[in-house]
Write a protein that binds this ligand. Sequence first.
Ligand code: IMP
Ligand code: MG
Length: 182
Amino acid sequence: MTEPSRDRSVEVLLPREKIARRVRELGAEIARDYRGRTPHLVGILKGAWVFMADLVRQLDLDVTVDFLGITSYGAGMHSSGEVKITKDIDVSIEGRDVLIVEDILDTGHTFKFLQEVLSVHQPRSLRLVTLLDKASRRVVPVHADYVGFEIPDVFVVGYGLDFNQKYRQLPDVRVLRSQDSV
Ligand code: IMP
Ligand code: MG
């Protein structure tokens, strides 16, 4: 059967099985590193919601979760670097081992913003796990503590990632070429 919104001429970069395998490995690594502690996972909406849902289920640990909604000004394939909060965190992070869960690290502007706004609340530690890392695109010198996959400079959608709010539901990570995106 054809799945309408999935039957696109967009090539699969990371098939769902490969993502699932890597998320299991990341879960094991994080659980090892936080053994004996209760990390507080802060998922960044909306892109990280699918990854976060899969990751927490691979953590053999007590965890608490919260979400922070942000948006970058400007739609399309390039963010302006200006970030604003659309939904604040609900639970205090003071003294907590905070692990930010992101979909993708690109120029680094968003992560720098997140570090600034969250460190004000004095967490005990602040780390980042990102499913994808476009390291070659970095403008701000930040790095993730845990990376699922380093990917080349292509625009990707699926597994939570969007183009103008579309394609988040795709189970694989796919490359969106500009001619596909109209
Ligand atoms: P940064 O601030 O440039 O690091 O951008 C991070 C944000 O840009 C991510 O949270 C995504 O929302 C968005 N982004 C960057 N690259 C892509 C992509 O290839 N597909 C979808 N969103 C992307
Ligand atoms: Mg995003």
